[in-house]
Design a protein around this ligand. Structure first.
Ligand SMILES: Cc1cc2nc3c(=O)[nH]c(=O)nc-3n(C[C@H](O)[C@H](O)[C@H](O)COP(=O)(O)O)c2cc1C
Length: 453
């Protein structure tokens, strides 16, 4: 059967989105902080039938030995940045049915505040909200910004993330009965107090008590995305996530990843397809193959090795420039993000540190790189989806402005629609675009929780 591909766009509210491109006239150096830029993007994606617009986000920034390297500010490497969540209500107001996924970390946020913010957005947008759950990149700087003194290990951060989500789920799913919100003018009853339940959580990572202030929203729980693909991250995803965001590198490695997540989901009592897997993808398309390759070369020429090293260090805590280039990647150890290190180690167990930067310069943290004519791109996307079992793609920008998306919409999307791969995804809530139903699947462990821990 021809599988419909969920379509999203991967964005960050900073001058470049990834490696510095803001100086290019096709970038967004002048308007990344202008709401109209994002409104235009959201409207165009909505009109084209995209499923969602995804915002990555972090409080932190790249550091080396506790200091911001000069390149970060000078070259605008994922810095400065705005909080995308604050723009969502405006973007939703300007669109009909596009979903919005916002990244929010479980490390420095508090569960109740997170639950309330997402529920507010779910209400205001009519159920078009997803939460990308992360244990956080640039954790060292984030901890300092927030004055966090208790340092958790990588795996403990995921344990805490489990407890964090539990608390949110108790508020979203168990504090209000479906019919508790009466809004009955005649009797003067807004909500039936007998149908509200206080949540009580008293655990190692948090304590929380009380009744949720937001009545049930169209989805109750926002669509639960997750990013972070270490072994512990995958276990977290298989247990909790409805959509996993990966940065697929090869069809074979993505297929193995999809299979692993699905098998682990089943072991958690869920259906294999309860978890959708979505990959990032940079598409460079032009009317001819040759033009597309020239465009890609222009883009790659903007990316520098020093900037790549800084960005890599920000994510992993590892300064590759200070290591022996002959060192094997499998021997690198980090307690920060392990996804990147494992990506290279899995790709080639004999890969050396010196080789990483070469690759990282042009790919950075991105997924599949697809370049070609419209038909070549459409063919490659189908090959990737069919060969890996992936459910959706998130387009990454090239130069940073809207051109890359517009080219995709104009040149590639009609081919995918004609082939039955895209389109026809109208739905009022974001979850319906994934599972067909507005509420969490009955197999999700949220239903096994109660208001009390
Ligand atoms: C594809 C992908 C996207 C991510 N996006 C974000 C993000 O937007 N914000 C953030 O703070 N962390 C992000 N992360 C990092 C996660 O915070 C993750 O928790 C971190 O990588 C550590 O977990 P890991 O070792 O499982 O990768 C992302 C990770 C991956 C793999």
């Amino acid at each position: 059967m021809t599988k419909r591909i969920r379509l999203g766009v991967f964005e960050m509210m900073n001058p470049s989105n990834g490696m510095p491109t803001w100086t290019d006239p096709r970038g967004r150096g002048d308007d990344w902080d202008d709401l109209d830029h994002w409104v235009t993007l959201a409207r165009e994606l909505d009109a084209a039938g995209f499923d969602f617009l995804f915002f990555a986000d972090t409080y932190g920034y790249a550091t080396l030995d506790g200091r911001m390297p000069p390149e970060v500010a000078a070259h605008g490497i994922q810095f400065p940045a705005l909080d995308p969540m604050l723009a969502i209500a405006a973007l939703a107001r300007e669109t009909e049915s596009l979903g919005f996924v916002v990244t929010s970390p479980t490390t420095v946020e508090r569960p109740y505040a997170t639950a309330r913010r997402f529920a507010t957005l779910d209400r205001l947008t009519g159920g078009r909200i997803g939460w990308n759950i992360v244990t956080g990149s640039s954790q060292a700087t984030t901890d300092e910004l927030f004055g966090v003194t208790e340092q958790l290990t990588h795996d403990e951060r995921y344990d805490a993330a489990d407890a964090f989500l539990d608390t949110c789920l108790r508020y979203w799913e168990h504090s209000w009965d479906d019919d508790a919100e009466a809004r009955d003018r005649a009797s003067g009853v807004y909500a039936d107090p007998a149908k509200l339940r206080p949540v009580e959580v008293d655990g190692r990572f948090q304590r929380s008590r009380g009744i949720f202030a937001v009545p049930p929203t169209p989805q109750r729980t926002p669509v639960l995305f997750q990013a972070g693909t270490s072994d512990r991250g995958r276990a977290y995803a298989a247990r909790n996530a409805e959509a996993v965001f990966i940065q697929g590198q090869t069809i074979a490695s993505a297929a193995a990843h999809v299979q692993d997540i699905r098998e682990q989901a089943v072991k958690n009592g869920r259906a294999a397809d309860d978890v959708a897997v979505v990959t990032g993808m940079t598409v460079t398309v032009a009317p001819t193959s040759e033009e597309a390759r020239m465009l890609r070369a222009e883009y790659e020429a903007l990316l520098g090795l020093d900037d790549a090293a800084v960005m890599f260090a920000g994510i992993t805590g590892l300064d590759l420039t200070g290591l022996d280039p002959e060192m094997r990647v499998v021997d690198l150890k980090t307690d920060l993000g392990q996804t990147l290190v494992q990506r290279y180690a899995r790709q080639d167990p004999d890969m050396r540190v010196g080789q990483i930067l070469d690759q990282f310069r042009t790919k950075a943290i991105r997924g599949f790189q697809v370049t070609g004519s419209p038909v070549e791109v459409a063919d490659e996307i189908e090959r990737i989806v069919d060969g890996s079992g992936i459910d959706g793609i998130m387009l990454e920008p090239t130069f940073g402005g809207l051109d890359a998306y517009r080219a995709f919409i104009e040149l590639v999307l009609p081919i995918l629609v004609e082939r039955g791969r895209a389109g026809g995804g109208e739905a009022s809530t974001l979850r319906e675009r994934f599972s067909g139903a507005p509420r969490l699947a009955s197999t999700h462990r949220a239903h096994g929780l109660t208001a009390h821990s």
